[in-house]
Design a protein around this ligand. Structure first.
Ligand code: BG6
Ligand code: MG
Length: 223
């Protein structure tokens, strides 16, 4: 692992780290899954975190043994239906939906001169940042449409560091999803996981929730 002194930038996931949109993603996917006759379960819910819209649909169909039941165009229509419901849900978001401690953490990073970028798989990330009034904190955002592979592939975290003109060793990636931690580790960045030890055992540093994520706690954990 890199030393804390080497760290110059932070590459953030959005959903589940900055704000709890997973509630809305889950609601919209579950509604679609049940309409398609796919039984929902907790493993499926967890597995959907971090992965792209089309990969999410494929995982849902596979879980229900329905991966060969739909044409490409039908799949695109199903994913669009889910997204319409999701976009409707996130309209109600306000800065009150920022997870505990995140605003202070971002202010601290900015005050201390750390560089910040966003590595979210979500095409709705700019809308969510706007709803949360956090757009100014993230001048550098990886465009998920530019990716050839989604998380757990390292590409999105590699690009997140490149946008900051930093080497991977100089970056910390922050994630709530197993696929995301794998992506950060494969990009040779230091991984900070937010969530349970069971799901995030591969994280270099882990906190139960965002309120514990401070520079002092990260420095302590990396010592
Ligand atoms: C990730 C979420 O950040 O973005 C996933 O964790 C979601 O649940 C993915 O499927 C893609 O989001 P969107 O908004 O482009 O459908
Ligand atoms: Mg996430």
């Amino acid at each position: 692992m890199a030393t804390f002194k080497q760290i110059k930038g932070f590459v953030f996931d959005l959903d589940g780290v900055i704000t709890d949109t997973s509630l809305y993603h889950t609601k919209a996917w579950r509604q679609l899954a049940e309409k398609l006759g796919v039984t929902w379960n907790k493993d499926l819910e967890e597995g959907l975190k971090g992965i792209s819209r089309m990969d999410s649909l494929e995982l849902i169909l596979k879980t229900g043994g329905k991966e060969n039941d739909y044409s490409h165009d039908e799949k695109v229509a199903l994913a669009t239906e889910k997204n319409t419901n999701y976009v409707n849900e996130i309209k109600q978001m306000t800065p009150a939906n920022i997870l505990p401690g995140i605003k202070d953490f971002l202010d601290d990073l900015r005050d201390k001169g750390y560089l910040i970028s966003l590595a979210s798989a979500s095409k709705n990330a700019p809308t969510v940042l706007k709803q949360l009034q956090l757009t100014d904190y993230f001048p550098k955002v990886v465009d998920p449409a530019s990716l050839s592979k989604g998380k757990p592939d390292p590409e999105i975290y590699t690009k997140g560091a490149e946008l900051l003109n930093l080497a991977p060793e100089q970056c910390i990636g922050v994630e709530d999803a197993e696929a995301g931690i794998q992506a950060i580790n494969a990009a040779n960045e230091t991984s900070v996981g937010i969530g349970s030890a069971k799901t995030l055992s591969a994280a270099d540093v882990r906190f139960d929730d965002t309120s514990q994520m401070t520079l002092a706690n990260i420095e302590k954990a990396m010592a």
